[in-house]
Structure formats: C-alpha cells, structure tokens
Design a binder for this molecule. Structure first.
Ligand code: FAD
Length: 476
C-alpha cells in the first residue's frame, strides 16, 4: 500500500529511518509549511532563507530518484489526513520532533488520522538517543550536563548510518501542491536582500551538508580542541544549520568523526561532547517544555530586568562599544551565524551588563541565525543568564575586554568585522576608549563618531548585575 512520508526536520535521503521504513512502497513525500501551528516559533528570517534552499535541494534529490516532493502551505492536521486519504495510505511516517508546539500538533494530526483508521508513525531521526529513553538511575530526566553525557556515552556508540535508497516509486496520482515561490520563504521579491552574503558561505541541502562534514573531518577536526575557541579561524565544523534541518544526522557526524579519529573516545571527545550538548538541549526541551519562555530556575521569575529598546538596538546593531561583542553581532548579521565563544560573550553582555531579558536576545538570535534551534537557543540563553537547569553561576560576569584579549589576541576577528578599528594597534583593539588621542588619530578613529564608546563601563555593569541578583536572592 502507498505511504505518505512527511518531511519536517529531516531533509535528507541518507540515514533517514522514516524513509527507509517505506522505501519499497509507492511514496508521496510531502513538506508542509505550517506557520500557524508554530506560532512565535515559526522559522525566523534567516531560517526561511535556509529552508527555501534546502527544500529546493531535497526536491531535486527526490525527483532524481523518481519521486517528486509535494509542497503544501497549510495546517498539518488538515493537510496530512487529507493527503493520506487521497492516496489511500494507511500510514504516515515522519521523524520525531521535540518542540512543544510540534508535539501538540503531532497529537492533533494523529487524532485526525485515527478517526479514519490511519496512523502516524514517528521515528527517532534527528537525535542519537530519544530524550524519553535517557533517564537517571532513579528514573528521572537529567538536569545537569555531565551525568547526562556520561549516561549517553555508556549506552555505547550509535548504530551505523543507513544508506540512501537508490530508487523510489511515486504514487499513481499525486495531488497538486504549492510551489516554492508560493511558500513565502526568503528572499521575498521586492525586499532588500540582507542575505546577500549567505550563498557564498553556505550550501543548504544534503549534498552541501556532506561536503561540509567531509571538509571538517579532512582538516579542522584534528585541531578542534585547540582551535574551537578562536573565532578568527575556521576551527569548528559549521554544521549547526545542517544539523538543525536534518540535512545530516548526528550519527552520520559521529561516525565520520570516529572514522577520522578511531581508537579511544577521548581523542574526538571535545567535538563529540558538543554533539551531546545538542542532545542535552533537546533532553531539557522535552522534559521542561516551558524552557523557551520561562526561567527553569523558579526564583529567576522575579528577576529585575530593565527592558530598554535603545540598549537592545545598540546590541543588535553591533554598536555597544565593546569590539568583541560588536564583531560578533555583525558576523551574525552578515553570516547568519556567530562563533560559539562570541555568542557567549555577546549574550552575557546583554543579560548582565545591560540587564535585558534573555528572551529578547533569544528572539533576535531566532530571527537572524541560520541555525536557530528552539532547543539549543533557549538552553544556551538560559545557561548564560544563570536561570537554566545547569547554568553557570550568575555572579560569573564575563569581562568583554579580557575575553576579547584572550580569545582574539591577534585581533583578527575584530578587525574583520569591525573594520573601522582595523588600524588600531593590538594593545588598544579590545578597549579603544583607553587608547591615547594620538593613537586614535593615527588609526583614523574618532570615538563617538566612527565607533561608539562603551555602552556601560565593565565595573559599573558588573556591580549593577550583581546587585540585581542580590535583590533577587533577598526577595526569596
Ligand atoms: P561545532 O563546534 O562544530 O559543534 C558541532 C555541533 O555541536 C554544532 O553544529 C551543534 O549542533 C552542536 N553544538 C555545539 N555547541 C553547542 C552548544 N553549546 N549547545 C548545543 N549544541 C551545540 N546552536 C544552535 O544550533 N542553534 C542555536 O539557536 C544556538 N543558539 C545559541 C545561543 C547562545 C546564546 C549560545 C551561547 C549558543 C548557541 N548555540 C546554538 C550553540 C553553539 O553556539 C552553536 O551550536 C555552534 O556555534 C555552531 O557552530 P558549529 O556547527 O561550528 O559548532
């Protein structure tokens, strides 16, 4: 009997358990753009750029195997049961999703299918381990990363990836669908193309993901432990958007890295442990579905944030006066991506020095990151804010000058993304306001005109953040 294959965040043909389960049946592959169900968490602008390219690639790959991809814009609980009925499919297959809105929607879709005697079958395809299956000895979910990672490691190495099917059979009479253009993804005709730099940096789709993985295991993986914190080099994999959309699976990544570094797990561990941070974020999201909206630590509910539109805007535009932060925020705008170390420094400045709610920072990242991911983004923001289940203590306030000097000592990163400071000597690059007047003149920089002074002095920002935290503790 025919099957309906519902692609969501597993936009690939290789190592796709849902596809494998139905590869020998007449198949209707479909993608449904359902912004209404996702609500606030519908893909942001940068994600929409990515999604468009990725769907185009998936459509090509499927067509090359004999089965075109159907695109539909609408509500899944209406679209999916109607399609299943139209082709006479008793089963709908999909990779499992973990976002609260998606779980709720899957429940509605399953219900609507059951009324007609059909069923929705969800398979684990975007994580190494299903979050419901990783439990502590006492049968509870994990709240802290290290024991979680140990537990996952103790389950053994993941299974080997599944090869892609060579040929697929289409259903006899596929129903009509929408076109890529009518999905209203990005770019939108007639709007300024702020994603102009993306195509040179990114190749969305399964082939692009595999190429990126191959490039990483051929080079940077061997120096990952030493280089991962240097934002001025390509020391990390850049796989995050590919993983987010499931253009490759974490076990494909795992085994490619293991092939490059066989033997003891300790050698590839610095990298594999990042893959487990991703798993841990999903674990938290699954067991604490309130994570995107509310502090996981309850006492943070009363934190005295001081929302201020002008401060938020200065941060978004990369005009805080702290070069490492501004470089990061501008990299984000141009690349749709920011180096992890700088994400941490920039996020910390926003929530601590500027006392802006972490949700405001998370929302900006949501719209501008090509790897925007509800699990990793909300877990990371809560971790930085100190309100997460496994958070860094609130009183640890990054000093953005020292962080810049430590992680961008040669100034390569700042000079690339804050070109107005490029001629400043290294000694002053991370604190231009301390440079003597003649040095600034020599570098052609007028502070306040070409580049802003610091939005708040580090000592003052730190003291204010600690006072806000102390008030929270005093209040219970
Ligand atoms: P690599 O260093 O090559 O790591 C490999 C993979 O491991 C990544 O692709 C990613 O899937 C995963 N990973 C790495 N670090 C983390 C982490 N700290 N938490 C969870 N997964 C991780 N990552 C996202 O994928 N989406 C987000 O929306 C996101 N928002 C973030 C917000 C803040 C404030 C911070 C501090 C971090 C955020 N991260 C997010 C985590 C991390 O910054 C990115 O995953 C990483 O920079 C992606 O680059 P890469 O693929 O080169 O990483």
């Amino acid at each position: 009997s025919p099957a309906l294959l519902w692609f969501r965040q597993d936009l690939r043909l290789a190592d796709n358990p849902a596809l494998q389960a139905v590869a020998d049946r007449p198949l209707l592959p479909v993608f449904v753009l359902d912004d209404a169900a996702a609500g606030r968490w519908a893909p942001g602008a940068a994600s929409r750029w990515w999604l468009r390219q990725s769907l185009e690639a998936l459509g090509r790959d499927l067509a090359a195997r004999g089965t075109p991809l159907l695109l539909v814009r609408g509500r899944a609980e209406i679209v999916i049961p109607a399609l299943a009925a139209a082709i006479g499919a008793p089963e709908v297959l999909a990779g499992r999703l973990y976002q609260p809105w998606a779980r709720e929607r899957d429940r509605r879709v399953a219900e609507a299918l059951e009324v007609a005697g059909r069923r929705l079958r969800l398979l684990t395809s975007s994580l190494l381990r299903d979050p419901a299956r990783v439990m502590s000895g006492s049968g509870r979910p994990y709240a802290v990363y290290t024991p979680f990672a140990k537990a996952v490691a103790a389950m053994g190495e993941p299974d080997f990836p599944i090869l892609p099917p060579a040929r697929l059979r289409p259903v006899a009479a596929p129903p009509p669908g929408d076109t890529l253009d009518s999905l209203a993804l990005y770019p939108v005709a007639g709007e300024p193309d702020w994603a102009a730099d993306f195509p040179a940096l990114w190749t969305p789709g399964e082939a692009g993901a595999q190429a990126r993985l191959a490039r990483f295991v051929a080079g940077p993986v061997s120096g990952y432990a030493a280089q991962r914190n240097d934002p001025g080099t390509e020391g990390t994999s850049g796989l995050s958007p590919h993983l987010h959309w499931g253009e490759l699976s974490p076990r494909q990544v795992w085994h490619a890295v293991r092939q490059a570094q066989p033997g003891e797990l300790s050698q590839p561990w610095p990298f594999l442990s990042e893959i487990l941070w991703r798993e841990f974020s999903y674990h938290l999201l699954w067991h604490r579905p309130e994570m995107p909206d509310r502090a996981l630590r309850e006492r943070f509910a009363g934190f005295p944030w001081q929302p201020d539109a002008a401060l938020l805007r200065a941060w978004q535009r990369g005009r805080t006066g702290y070069p490492i932060v501004d470089a990061g925020m501008r990299q984000l705008w141009h690349y749709g991506w920011m180096h992890n170390r700088v994400r941490m420094i920039a996020a910390s400045l926003l929530v601590k020095h500027l006392l802006q709610p972490w949700q405001a920072g998370a929302a900006w990242f949501w719209d501008t990151l090509v790897d925007a991911d509800l699990a990793s983004n909300s877990a990371s923001w809560q971790w930085i804010a100190g309100s997460g289940s496994d958070a860094a203590p609130y009183f640890r306030v990054f000093n953005p000058v020292l962080q810049g000097e430590k992680f961008d000592p040669a100034g390569r990163y700042v000079r690339r993304f804050v070109p107005e400071l490029a001629a400043l000597p290294g000694k002053w690059l991370h604190q231009p306001w301390k440079a003597p007047a003649e040095v600034l003149r020599g570098a052609g920089v007028i502070l306040g005109r070409d580049y802003p002074g610091p939005v708040i002095a580090h000592a003052a920002g730190r003291a204010r953040a600690l006072a806000a935290f102390a008030a929270l503790r005093a209040g219970g």
